[in-house]
Ligand binder design. Sequence first.
Ligand SMILES: NC(=O)c1ccc[n+]([C@@H]2O[C@H](COP(=O)([O-])OP(=O)(O)OC[C@H]3O[C@@H](n4cnc5c(N)ncnc54)[C@H](O)[C@@H]3O)[C@@H](O)[C@H]2O)c1
Ligand SMILES: O=P(O)(O)OC[C@H](O)CO
Length: 320
Amino acid sequence: MTPLPVLGAGGWGTALAVNAARNGPVMLWARRAQFAQTLQSERVNAEYLPGVSLPPGLGVTAHLGEAIQDAPFALVVVPSVGVPELLAALPRTLGLVLCAKGLAPDGGQLTVLARQLGFTRVAVLSGPNHAEEVGRGLPAATVVASRDAGFARTVQAALMTPALRVYTSEDETGVELGGVVKNVMAVAAGLVDGLSLGDNAKAALITRGLREMSRYLQACGAHEDTVYGLSGLGDLVATATSRHSRNRAAGEALARGEHPGQGGKVVEGLRTAGLLSAWAAAHGQDLPIVQAVAQVTRGDWSPQQGVAQLMEREAKPERH
Ligand SMILES: NC(=O)c1ccc[n+]([C@@H]2O[C@H](COP(=O)([O-])OP(=O)(O)OC[C@H]3O[C@@H](n4cnc5c(N)ncnc54)[C@H](O)[C@@H]3O)[C@@H](O)[C@H]2O)c1
Ligand SMILES: O=P(O)(O)OC[C@H](O)CO
């Protein structure tokens, strides 16, 4: 049986690889040769997913060609900034399951970038999935979305295990962008927590954040109900309330006056806030929470100014 390639040995790549190894052999690709060797010999990813043993069917390599050899498709699990470079190195015949929750350098979708580069079998995987929990085999659910329904079902079969329930969708845009925007909402949730603004404020943020996600997704062509599924509301709740979330923790750090996100584990929401804020300005769209997070992240507003700006907006009906 050809091993399933999992490209990217951070927390999420490792957790997905451990889950998929319940179904068959897996080859995990790490960019750094020394790191790949350490994973192969220590059988644990102490840097990104400590406490989770790598099962015997999981191999590790730093050679991309070896990782994808004879495989019909691969999971792409590097941070969004690294996706363009990795895709450029892959054969266009390879099916792609894009797992990053971030945007391309131009602020567009990674699925769109993949197709522009000539890949034809493209899917996106997204849902309320903290690597720390999936890696330990705690029950979770996720969505694989592709315009190619047959490809989505193939990926579903490869990843569905007793611990991970995988649903399919044909709404690539809705599933991809839900996971992208919720990271910004999670940074905002961390600001709420860090400033001790209380439960009412957190509930208001999540609810208005969902409304903002819905407006953005629909402006980008998503189906209107996708935002209420696992990749939208599900992931928003998981990330905005989780002790595992790096995006939420980054918001707490901002509230303390620190500058999070330099080095270490990837915090997609900080970069995404700037890209989405630029998109909103260019398209005349109103994404107030995204814009407030972008201003605070850039240091243009203090966290308290961000809160005041949101609270003092014009009066309006709830449905807007
Ligand atoms: N951690 C989670 O729980 C989780 C869950 C779902 C989705 N995601 C998404 O998955 C993506 C990866 O996140 P993660 O948590 O695995 O990150 P991480 O911070 O745990 O690890 C990032 C990994 O990518 C490698 N890397 C960094 N830049 C690279 C590049 N240019 N090319 C190749 N490799 C590179 C790093 O060396 C490291 O191994 C992100 O977009 C994240 O939003 C994460
Ligand atoms: O730790 P975070 O904030 O990157 O969130 C991880 C996942 O996206 C949760 O589904």
